[in-house]
Design a protein around this ligand. Sequence first.
Ligand code: NDP
Length: 459
Amino acid sequence: MIKVKNLIGGKFVLPAECFDDISPLDSSVIAQIPRTRDVSAAVKAAALAQPSWGGLSISERCDWLDKIADSLELKIEELAQLESLDTGKPHEVALNVDAERSINNFRFFANFGRSMKEETFEMKDATNYILRKPIGIVGLISPWNLPLYLLSWKIAPALLMGNSVIAKPSEITPLTAYFLGQVCTEIGLPNGVLNIIHGYGPEIGHAIVEHPEIKAISFTGGTATGKIVAATAAPMFKKLSLELGGKNASIVLDDADLDIAVPGVLRASFLNSGQICLCGSRVLIHSSIYDEFMSRYLSELQSFEIGPVINEAHRSKILSYIELAKEEGGEILAGGKVPDRPGAWLEPTVVAGLSHESRTATEEIFGPMVTIHRFDSDEEAIEIANCTDYGLAGSVWSKNRGRQIAEKIDSGMVWVNTWLHRDLRVPFGGVKDSGVGREGGMWSIGFFSEAVNICVIED
Ligand code: NDP
Protein backbone atom coordinates (compact mmCIF):
# COMPACT_ATOMS: atom_id res chain seq x y z
CA MET A 1 0.00 0.00 0.00
CA ILE A 2 1.52 3.33 -1.08
CA LYS A 3 1.05 6.22 1.33
CA VAL A 4 1.04 9.38 -0.77
CA LYS A 5 2.21 12.53 1.01
CA ASN A 6 2.15 16.22 0.16
CA LEU A 7 5.45 17.81 -0.82
CA ILE A 8 5.60 21.23 0.82
CA GLY A 9 8.79 23.25 1.24
CA GLY A 10 10.95 20.21 0.46
CA LYS A 11 9.32 18.03 3.13
CA PHE A 12 6.80 15.23 2.78
CA VAL A 13 3.88 15.94 5.09
CA LEU A 14 0.46 14.50 5.77
CA PRO A 15 -2.75 16.32 6.67
CA ALA A 16 -5.11 14.74 9.21
CA GLU A 17 -7.38 12.97 6.71
CA CYS A 18 -6.76 10.54 3.87
CA PHE A 19 -8.85 8.72 1.30
CA ASP A 20 -8.39 5.65 -0.90
CA ASP A 21 -6.91 5.40 -4.38
CA ILE A 22 -8.76 2.58 -6.17
CA SER A 23 -7.31 0.47 -8.98
CA PRO A 24 -9.39 0.51 -12.17
CA LEU A 25 -7.99 -2.95 -12.99
CA ASP A 26 -9.65 -4.81 -10.11
CA SER A 27 -11.16 -2.21 -7.74
CA SER A 28 -8.57 -2.93 -5.03
CA VAL A 29 -7.21 -0.12 -2.83
CA ILE A 30 -3.71 0.73 -4.03
CA ALA A 31 -2.85 3.86 -2.07
CA GLN A 32 -3.87 6.32 0.60
CA ILE A 33 -4.10 9.93 -0.54
CA PRO A 34 -3.96 13.01 1.66
CA ARG A 35 -7.17 15.02 1.74
CA THR A 36 -5.68 18.51 1.82
CA ARG A 37 -8.05 21.42 2.36
CA ASP A 38 -5.66 24.25 3.13
CA VAL A 39 -3.16 25.66 0.64
CA SER A 40 -1.55 28.25 2.92
CA ALA A 41 1.48 26.16 3.97
CA ALA A 42 2.30 25.48 0.31
CA VAL A 43 1.88 29.16 -0.57
CA LYS A 44 4.21 30.14 2.27
CA ALA A 45 6.86 27.66 1.13
CA ALA A 46 6.51 28.73 -2.51
CA ALA A 47 6.76 32.43 -1.60
CA LEU A 48 9.92 31.79 0.40
CA ALA A 49 11.56 29.85 -2.42
CA GLN A 50 10.61 31.99 -5.41
CA PRO A 51 13.01 34.97 -5.15
CA SER A 52 16.20 32.90 -5.18
CA TRP A 53 14.84 30.47 -7.81
CA GLY A 54 13.74 33.39 -9.98
CA GLY A 55 17.18 34.92 -9.42
CA LEU A 56 18.99 32.01 -11.06
CA SER A 57 19.94 32.39 -14.70
CA ILE A 58 17.84 30.64 -17.33
CA SER A 59 20.74 28.34 -18.03
CA GLU A 60 20.99 27.31 -14.37
CA ARG A 61 17.28 26.50 -14.34
CA CYS A 62 17.70 24.56 -17.60
CA ASP A 63 20.34 22.47 -15.84
CA TRP A 64 17.82 21.67 -13.11
CA LEU A 65 15.23 20.59 -15.67
CA ASP A 66 17.83 18.33 -17.26
CA LYS A 67 18.65 16.85 -13.86
CA ILE A 68 14.98 16.05 -13.31
CA ALA A 69 14.77 14.47 -16.78
CA ASP A 70 17.98 12.44 -16.17
CA SER A 71 16.70 11.16 -12.88
CA LEU A 72 13.27 10.22 -14.25
CA GLU A 73 14.93 8.53 -17.21
CA LEU A 74 16.90 6.24 -14.91
CA LYS A 75 13.60 5.23 -13.30
CA ILE A 76 11.44 5.13 -16.42
CA GLU A 77 10.32 1.56 -15.76
CA GLU A 78 9.14 2.39 -12.23
CA LEU A 79 7.41 5.50 -13.55
CA ALA A 80 5.54 3.51 -16.20
CA GLN A 81 4.54 0.85 -13.67
CA LEU A 82 3.09 3.45 -11.31
CA GLU A 83 1.16 5.13 -14.12
CA SER A 84 -0.18 1.81 -15.30
CA LEU A 85 -1.17 0.81 -11.75
CA ASP A 86 -3.01 4.08 -11.15
CA THR A 87 -4.81 4.40 -14.50
CA GLY A 88 -5.09 0.74 -15.57
CA LYS A 89 -3.60 1.56 -18.97
CA PRO A 90 -1.51 -1.14 -20.67
CA HIS A 91 2.18 -1.02 -19.68
CA GLU A 92 3.22 -0.33 -23.26
CA VAL A 93 1.06 2.84 -23.33
CA ALA A 94 2.21 3.93 -19.86
CA LEU A 95 5.84 3.49 -20.96
CA ASN A 96 5.81 4.81 -24.52
CA VAL A 97 3.18 7.52 -24.19
CA ASP A 98 3.09 8.67 -20.55
CA ALA A 99 6.56 8.03 -19.11
CA GLU A 100 8.46 8.95 -22.29
CA ARG A 101 6.61 12.20 -22.69
CA SER A 102 6.83 13.16 -19.00
CA ILE A 103 10.63 12.93 -19.22
CA ASN A 104 10.67 14.65 -22.58
CA ASN A 105 8.69 17.61 -21.23
CA PHE A 106 11.57 18.44 -18.86
CA ARG A 107 14.19 17.72 -21.52
CA PHE A 108 12.38 19.74 -24.17
CA PHE A 109 11.99 22.85 -22.01
CA ALA A 110 15.63 22.60 -20.85
CA ASN A 111 16.78 22.68 -24.48
CA PHE A 112 14.18 25.25 -25.44
CA GLY A 113 15.30 27.55 -22.63
CA ARG A 114 18.91 27.34 -23.80
CA SER A 115 17.91 28.19 -27.35
CA MET A 116 15.97 31.34 -26.39
CA LYS A 117 17.51 34.52 -27.71
CA GLU A 118 17.25 38.02 -26.32
CA GLU A 119 14.26 39.71 -27.95
CA THR A 120 14.86 43.28 -29.09
CA PHE A 121 13.00 45.67 -31.40
CA GLU A 122 14.99 48.48 -32.96
CA MET A 123 13.51 51.89 -33.69
CA LYS A 124 15.31 54.72 -35.50
CA ASP A 125 16.30 56.31 -32.21
CA ALA A 126 15.79 53.62 -29.58
CA THR A 127 16.01 49.94 -28.75
CA ASN A 128 13.24 47.97 -27.03
CA TYR A 129 14.47 45.16 -24.81
CA ILE A 130 11.95 42.47 -23.82
CA LEU A 131 12.42 41.05 -20.35
CA ARG A 132 10.58 37.92 -19.35
CA LYS A 133 10.11 38.09 -15.60
CA PRO A 134 8.69 35.28 -13.45
CA ILE A 135 5.04 35.69 -12.47
CA GLY A 136 5.69 34.50 -8.90
CA ILE A 137 3.71 31.54 -7.57
CA VAL A 138 1.71 29.58 -10.14
CA GLY A 139 -1.00 26.95 -9.60
CA LEU A 140 -1.09 23.93 -11.88
CA ILE A 141 -4.10 21.60 -11.97
CA SER A 142 -4.31 18.50 -14.15
CA PRO A 143 -6.67 15.57 -14.90
CA TRP A 144 -6.37 11.80 -14.55
CA ASN A 145 -6.11 10.61 -18.14
CA LEU A 146 -2.41 11.35 -18.76
CA PRO A 147 -1.36 12.13 -15.21
CA LEU A 148 2.34 13.05 -15.17
CA TYR A 149 2.44 13.74 -18.92
CA LEU A 150 0.02 16.66 -18.50
CA LEU A 151 1.30 17.90 -15.14
CA SER A 152 4.95 17.95 -16.24
CA TRP A 153 3.89 19.80 -19.41
CA LYS A 154 3.03 22.65 -17.04
CA ILE A 155 5.68 22.18 -14.32
CA ALA A 156 8.68 22.28 -16.70
CA PRO A 157 7.98 25.68 -18.36
CA ALA A 158 6.71 27.16 -15.09
CA LEU A 159 10.01 26.31 -13.37
CA LEU A 160 12.04 27.33 -16.41
CA MET A 161 10.65 30.85 -16.23
CA GLY A 162 11.57 31.23 -12.55
CA ASN A 163 8.21 30.66 -10.89
CA SER A 164 7.62 28.54 -7.85
CA VAL A 165 4.90 25.96 -8.32
CA ILE A 166 1.94 24.56 -6.45
CA ALA A 167 0.78 21.53 -8.41
CA LYS A 168 -2.32 19.42 -7.85
CA PRO A 169 -2.75 16.17 -9.75
CA SER A 170 -6.16 14.54 -10.02
CA GLU A 171 -7.24 12.82 -6.81
CA ILE A 172 -7.85 9.73 -8.96
CA THR A 173 -4.24 9.41 -10.17
CA PRO A 174 -1.77 10.93 -7.69
CA LEU A 175 1.01 8.31 -7.78
CA THR A 176 3.36 9.64 -10.44
CA ALA A 177 3.16 13.24 -9.18
CA TYR A 178 4.19 11.91 -5.76
CA PHE A 179 7.00 9.99 -7.48
CA LEU A 180 8.16 13.16 -9.25
CA GLY A 181 8.28 14.91 -5.88
CA GLN A 182 10.47 12.11 -4.51
CA VAL A 183 12.81 12.38 -7.48
CA CYS A 184 13.09 16.16 -7.09
CA THR A 185 13.97 15.92 -3.40
CA GLU A 186 16.54 13.19 -4.13
CA ILE A 187 18.36 15.43 -6.61
CA GLY A 188 18.20 18.39 -4.21
CA LEU A 189 15.87 20.72 -6.11
CA PRO A 190 15.72 23.78 -3.83
CA ASN A 191 13.03 23.46 -1.16
CA GLY A 192 9.69 25.07 -1.94
CA VAL A 193 10.31 25.53 -5.65
CA LEU A 194 8.00 22.62 -6.47
CA ASN A 195 5.16 21.89 -4.04
CA ILE A 196 2.80 19.04 -4.87
CA ILE A 197 -0.41 18.74 -2.91
CA HIS A 198 -3.20 16.22 -3.11
CA GLY A 199 -6.89 16.13 -2.42
CA TYR A 200 -10.32 16.69 -3.92
CA GLY A 201 -10.71 19.19 -6.75
CA PRO A 202 -13.56 21.24 -5.25
CA GLU A 203 -11.58 21.49 -1.99
CA ILE A 204 -7.85 21.92 -2.56
CA GLY A 205 -8.15 22.61 -6.31
CA HIS A 206 -10.57 25.41 -5.56
CA ALA A 207 -8.35 26.68 -2.72
CA ILE A 208 -5.46 27.01 -5.18
CA VAL A 209 -7.56 28.87 -7.73
CA GLU A 210 -8.95 31.33 -5.19
CA HIS A 211 -5.73 32.08 -3.27
CA PRO A 212 -4.77 35.70 -3.99
CA GLU A 213 -1.00 35.07 -3.82
CA ILE A 214 -1.15 32.49 -6.61
CA LYS A 215 -0.91 34.72 -9.64
CA ALA A 216 -1.54 32.34 -12.53
CA ILE A 217 -3.54 29.16 -13.02
CA SER A 218 -2.87 26.63 -15.72
CA PHE A 219 -5.77 24.19 -15.71
CA THR A 220 -6.41 21.09 -17.81
CA GLY A 221 -9.70 19.31 -17.29
CA GLY A 222 -13.37 19.31 -18.17
CA THR A 223 -15.22 22.29 -19.63
CA ALA A 224 -17.67 22.46 -16.71
CA THR A 225 -14.81 22.65 -14.17
CA GLY A 226 -13.03 25.15 -16.42
CA LYS A 227 -16.02 27.48 -16.09
CA ILE A 228 -15.78 27.37 -12.28
CA VAL A 229 -12.03 27.96 -12.42
CA ALA A 230 -12.48 30.92 -14.77
CA ALA A 231 -15.27 32.44 -12.67
CA THR A 232 -13.13 32.18 -9.51
CA ALA A 233 -9.83 33.41 -10.95
CA ALA A 234 -10.96 36.13 -13.38
CA PRO A 235 -12.04 38.75 -10.79
CA MET A 236 -8.51 38.59 -9.34
CA PHE A 237 -7.02 39.23 -12.81
CA LYS A 238 -5.01 36.03 -12.63
CA LYS A 239 -3.36 34.79 -15.78
CA LEU A 240 -5.41 31.83 -16.93
CA SER A 241 -4.74 28.98 -19.31
CA LEU A 242 -7.65 26.59 -19.77
CA GLU A 243 -7.19 23.34 -21.71
CA LEU A 244 -10.65 21.80 -21.73
CA GLY A 245 -12.76 19.10 -23.36
CA GLY A 246 -13.16 18.01 -26.96
CA LYS A 247 -15.39 16.13 -29.38
CA ASN A 248 -12.96 15.72 -32.21
CA ALA A 249 -13.70 14.47 -35.72
CA SER A 250 -11.56 12.07 -37.74
CA ILE A 251 -12.49 12.79 -41.36
CA VAL A 252 -11.79 10.12 -43.97
CA LEU A 253 -12.04 11.54 -47.48
CA ASP A 254 -12.75 9.55 -50.63
CA ASP A 255 -9.06 9.65 -51.66
CA ALA A 256 -7.72 8.39 -48.31
CA ASP A 257 -5.06 5.68 -48.24
CA LEU A 258 -6.96 3.13 -46.16
CA ASP A 259 -3.78 1.28 -45.20
CA ILE A 260 -2.86 4.38 -43.21
CA ALA A 261 -6.32 5.70 -42.39
CA VAL A 262 -7.83 2.56 -40.85
CA PRO A 263 -5.14 1.95 -38.18
CA GLY A 264 -4.69 5.71 -37.70
CA VAL A 265 -8.38 6.41 -37.09
CA LEU A 266 -8.65 3.34 -34.88
CA ARG A 267 -5.75 4.56 -32.72
CA ALA A 268 -7.33 8.02 -32.54
CA SER A 269 -10.60 6.38 -31.46
CA PHE A 270 -9.37 4.07 -28.72
CA LEU A 271 -5.84 4.85 -27.52
CA ASN A 272 -5.90 5.14 -23.70
CA SER A 273 -9.47 3.77 -23.86
CA GLY A 274 -10.55 6.90 -25.73
CA GLN A 275 -9.64 8.97 -22.67
CA ILE A 276 -7.42 11.54 -24.38
CA CYS A 277 -8.82 14.99 -25.01
CA LEU A 278 -7.46 14.71 -28.57
CA CYS A 279 -9.15 11.37 -29.37
CA GLY A 280 -11.32 11.30 -32.46
CA SER A 281 -14.66 10.32 -30.96
CA ARG A 282 -16.57 11.07 -34.18
CA VAL A 283 -15.52 9.23 -37.33
CA LEU A 284 -16.72 10.86 -40.56
CA ILE A 285 -16.41 8.69 -43.67
CA HIS A 286 -17.07 9.47 -47.32
CA SER A 287 -19.94 7.33 -48.64
CA SER A 288 -17.88 5.94 -51.54
CA ILE A 289 -15.44 4.18 -49.18
CA TYR A 290 -17.76 3.68 -46.21
CA ASP A 291 -18.28 -0.08 -46.55
CA GLU A 292 -14.64 -0.93 -47.11
CA PHE A 293 -13.45 1.41 -44.35
CA MET A 294 -15.96 0.08 -41.80
CA SER A 295 -15.29 -3.56 -42.54
CA ARG A 296 -11.53 -3.05 -42.05
CA TYR A 297 -12.00 -0.76 -39.02
CA LEU A 298 -14.26 -3.26 -37.21
CA SER A 299 -11.97 -6.14 -38.09
CA GLU A 300 -8.83 -4.35 -36.81
CA LEU A 301 -10.71 -3.33 -33.67
CA GLN A 302 -10.78 -7.02 -32.64
CA SER A 303 -7.03 -6.98 -31.97
CA PHE A 304 -6.75 -3.45 -30.53
CA GLU A 305 -5.58 -3.70 -26.89
CA ILE A 306 -7.25 -1.36 -24.43
CA GLY A 307 -7.27 -1.13 -20.65
CA PRO A 308 -10.23 -0.39 -18.39
CA VAL A 309 -11.65 3.12 -18.07
CA ILE A 310 -10.56 5.17 -15.08
CA ASN A 311 -13.18 4.04 -12.57
CA GLU A 312 -16.66 2.61 -12.17
CA ALA A 313 -18.32 6.03 -11.89
CA HIS A 314 -16.83 7.05 -15.23
CA ARG A 315 -17.89 3.74 -16.76
CA SER A 316 -21.46 4.38 -15.59
CA LYS A 317 -21.38 7.74 -17.37
CA ILE A 318 -20.21 6.08 -20.61
CA LEU A 319 -22.84 3.34 -20.25
CA SER A 320 -25.50 6.03 -19.92
CA TYR A 321 -24.34 7.41 -23.28
CA ILE A 322 -24.58 3.92 -24.81
CA GLU A 323 -28.21 3.80 -23.62
CA LEU A 324 -28.80 7.32 -24.93
CA ALA A 325 -27.34 6.31 -28.31
CA LYS A 326 -29.86 3.48 -28.54
CA GLU A 327 -32.72 5.84 -27.59
CA GLU A 328 -31.54 8.29 -30.23
CA GLY A 329 -31.78 5.55 -32.88
CA GLY A 330 -28.14 4.44 -32.99
CA GLU A 331 -27.05 0.96 -34.02
CA ILE A 332 -24.32 -0.64 -31.92
CA LEU A 333 -21.83 -2.08 -34.43
CA ALA A 334 -19.35 -3.29 -31.81
CA GLY A 335 -18.98 -3.50 -28.04
CA GLY A 336 -21.42 -1.80 -25.72
CA LYS A 337 -21.10 -4.38 -22.95
CA VAL A 338 -19.35 -4.72 -19.60
CA PRO A 339 -17.01 -7.74 -19.54
CA ASP A 340 -17.56 -10.18 -16.69
CA ARG A 341 -14.52 -9.31 -14.57
CA PRO A 342 -13.70 -7.01 -11.65
CA GLY A 343 -12.54 -3.45 -12.32
CA ALA A 344 -13.79 -0.72 -14.63
CA TRP A 345 -13.65 -2.59 -17.94
CA LEU A 346 -15.85 -1.75 -20.89
CA GLU A 347 -15.83 -3.08 -24.44
CA PRO A 348 -14.76 -0.57 -27.10
CA THR A 349 -18.02 0.62 -28.57
CA VAL A 350 -18.88 1.75 -32.10
CA VAL A 351 -22.25 3.34 -32.87
CA ALA A 352 -23.61 4.19 -36.33
CA GLY A 353 -26.84 5.67 -37.64
CA LEU A 354 -27.06 8.70 -35.36
CA SER A 355 -27.71 12.25 -36.48
CA HIS A 356 -24.51 14.26 -36.24
CA GLU A 357 -26.52 16.71 -34.15
CA SER A 358 -27.68 14.10 -31.61
CA ARG A 359 -26.57 14.46 -28.01
CA THR A 360 -24.44 11.32 -28.26
CA ALA A 361 -22.59 12.77 -31.26
CA THR A 362 -22.06 16.26 -29.82
CA GLU A 363 -21.43 15.83 -26.07
CA GLU A 364 -18.03 14.78 -24.71
CA ILE A 365 -18.11 11.17 -23.49
CA PHE A 366 -14.35 10.67 -22.95
CA GLY A 367 -14.24 6.91 -23.20
CA PRO A 368 -13.93 3.98 -25.62
CA MET A 369 -17.01 4.96 -27.61
CA VAL A 370 -17.20 6.50 -31.07
CA THR A 371 -20.00 7.52 -33.37
CA ILE A 372 -19.75 6.92 -37.13
CA HIS A 373 -21.17 9.34 -39.70
CA ARG A 374 -21.33 9.28 -43.51
CA PHE A 375 -20.88 12.28 -45.75
CA ASP A 376 -21.06 12.91 -49.51
CA SER A 377 -19.01 16.08 -50.04
CA ASP A 378 -16.14 18.00 -48.49
CA GLU A 379 -18.57 20.76 -47.49
CA GLU A 380 -20.76 18.29 -45.64
CA ALA A 381 -17.76 16.83 -43.79
CA ILE A 382 -16.69 20.30 -42.70
CA GLU A 383 -20.19 21.17 -41.57
CA ILE A 384 -20.45 17.99 -39.47
CA ALA A 385 -16.96 18.45 -38.01
CA ASN A 386 -17.77 22.01 -36.92
CA CYS A 387 -21.23 21.38 -35.51
CA THR A 388 -20.30 20.91 -31.82
CA ASP A 389 -19.53 23.48 -29.11
CA TYR A 390 -16.00 22.08 -28.88
CA GLY A 391 -12.97 22.92 -31.00
CA LEU A 392 -9.92 21.14 -29.69
CA ALA A 393 -8.45 18.88 -32.36
CA GLY A 394 -9.19 16.67 -35.35
CA SER A 395 -7.65 14.67 -38.15
CA VAL A 396 -8.14 14.46 -41.92
CA TRP A 397 -7.18 11.40 -43.94
CA SER A 398 -6.64 12.16 -47.64
CA LYS A 399 -3.95 11.83 -50.31
CA ASN A 400 -4.56 15.22 -51.92
CA ARG A 401 -6.94 17.53 -50.08
CA GLY A 402 -6.04 17.07 -46.41
CA ARG A 403 -4.50 20.44 -45.69
CA GLN A 404 -7.20 22.28 -47.61
CA ILE A 405 -9.94 20.65 -45.50
CA ALA A 406 -7.92 20.95 -42.27
CA GLU A 407 -7.80 24.73 -42.64
CA LYS A 408 -11.60 24.85 -42.52
CA ILE A 409 -11.98 22.90 -39.27
CA ASP A 410 -12.71 25.11 -36.24
CA SER A 411 -10.16 23.50 -33.92
CA GLY A 412 -6.88 24.44 -32.33
CA MET A 413 -5.06 21.49 -33.89
CA VAL A 414 -5.64 19.32 -36.95
CA TRP A 415 -3.48 16.44 -38.14
CA VAL A 416 -3.40 15.23 -41.75
CA ASN A 417 -2.74 11.50 -42.32
CA THR A 418 -1.54 11.13 -38.75
CA TRP A 419 -2.76 11.71 -35.21
CA LEU A 420 -1.09 12.69 -31.92
CA HIS A 421 2.10 13.47 -33.81
CA ARG A 422 3.47 16.16 -31.51
CA ASP A 423 6.19 18.74 -31.97
CA LEU A 424 6.45 20.41 -28.56
CA ARG A 425 7.35 23.78 -30.12
CA VAL A 426 3.91 24.27 -31.69
CA PRO A 427 0.84 25.89 -30.07
CA PHE A 428 -1.40 23.48 -28.18
CA GLY A 429 -4.94 24.43 -27.17
CA GLY A 430 -8.52 24.70 -28.25
CA VAL A 431 -11.11 27.15 -29.55
CA LYS A 432 -14.81 27.50 -28.59
CA ASP A 433 -15.62 25.54 -25.40
CA SER A 434 -12.32 23.66 -25.61
CA GLY A 435 -10.40 26.35 -23.84
CA VAL A 436 -8.62 29.65 -23.69
CA GLY A 437 -4.95 30.21 -24.45
CA ARG A 438 -2.18 28.08 -25.86
CA GLU A 439 0.68 26.14 -24.31
CA GLY A 440 3.77 24.63 -25.96
CA GLY A 441 7.13 26.16 -26.95
CA MET A 442 7.05 29.96 -26.95
CA TRP A 443 3.36 29.93 -25.94
CA SER A 444 4.26 28.26 -22.62
CA ILE A 445 7.12 30.70 -22.13
CA GLY A 446 4.70 33.57 -22.73
CA PHE A 447 2.12 32.19 -20.33
CA PHE A 448 4.54 31.44 -17.49
CA SER A 449 6.26 34.84 -17.56
CA GLU A 450 5.45 38.53 -17.56
CA ALA A 451 6.84 40.17 -20.69
CA VAL A 452 8.16 43.62 -19.84
CA ASN A 453 9.44 46.15 -22.36
CA ILE A 454 12.39 48.45 -21.61
CA CYS A 455 12.72 51.17 -24.25
CA VAL A 456 16.19 52.72 -24.24
CA ILE A 457 17.65 55.77 -25.99
CA GLU A 458 21.40 55.88 -25.68
CA ASP A 459 24.01 57.96 -27.41
P1 NDP B 1 -12.07 17.57 -14.13
O1 NDP B 1 -12.41 18.89 -14.70
O2 NDP B 1 -13.05 16.86 -13.30
O3 NDP B 1 -10.74 17.66 -13.23
C1 NDP B 1 -9.54 18.25 -13.70
C2 NDP B 1 -8.73 18.69 -12.50
O4 NDP B 1 -9.43 19.74 -11.84
C3 NDP B 1 -8.54 17.61 -11.47
O5 NDP B 1 -7.28 17.75 -10.84
C4 NDP B 1 -9.66 17.91 -10.47
O6 NDP B 1 -9.41 17.41 -9.20
C5 NDP B 1 -9.62 19.43 -10.48
N1 NDP B 1 -10.84 20.08 -10.01
C6 NDP B 1 -12.09 19.58 -9.93
N2 NDP B 1 -12.95 20.53 -9.46
C7 NDP B 1 -12.20 21.64 -9.26
C8 NDP B 1 -12.51 22.96 -8.81
N3 NDP B 1 -13.74 23.32 -8.47
N4 NDP B 1 -11.51 23.86 -8.74
C9 NDP B 1 -10.26 23.53 -9.10
N5 NDP B 1 -9.90 22.30 -9.53
C10 NDP B 1 -10.87 21.37 -9.62
O7 NDP B 1 -11.61 16.69 -15.36
P2 NDP B 1 -11.22 15.16 -15.36
O8 NDP B 1 -10.13 14.93 -14.36
O9 NDP B 1 -12.46 14.37 -15.29
O10 NDP B 1 -10.54 15.03 -16.79
C11 NDP B 1 -11.23 14.81 -17.96
C12 NDP B 1 -11.45 16.08 -18.73
O11 NDP B 1 -10.22 16.71 -19.00
C13 NDP B 1 -12.10 15.84 -20.07
O12 NDP B 1 -13.11 16.79 -20.28
C14 NDP B 1 -10.97 16.05 -21.04
O13 NDP B 1 -11.37 16.43 -22.33
C15 NDP B 1 -10.20 17.13 -20.37
N6 NDP B 1 -8.82 17.14 -20.87
C16 NDP B 1 -8.42 18.21 -21.65
C17 NDP B 1 -7.16 18.23 -22.18
C18 NDP B 1 -6.68 19.39 -23.02
O14 NDP B 1 -5.48 19.53 -23.18
N7 NDP B 1 -7.55 20.21 -23.57
C19 NDP B 1 -6.22 17.11 -21.97
C20 NDP B 1 -6.75 16.07 -21.14
C21 NDP B 1 -8.01 16.09 -20.62
P3 NDP B 1 -10.01 15.98 -8.80
O15 NDP B 1 -9.68 15.01 -9.88
O16 NDP B 1 -9.28 15.71 -7.56
O17 NDP B 1 -11.47 16.20 -8.65
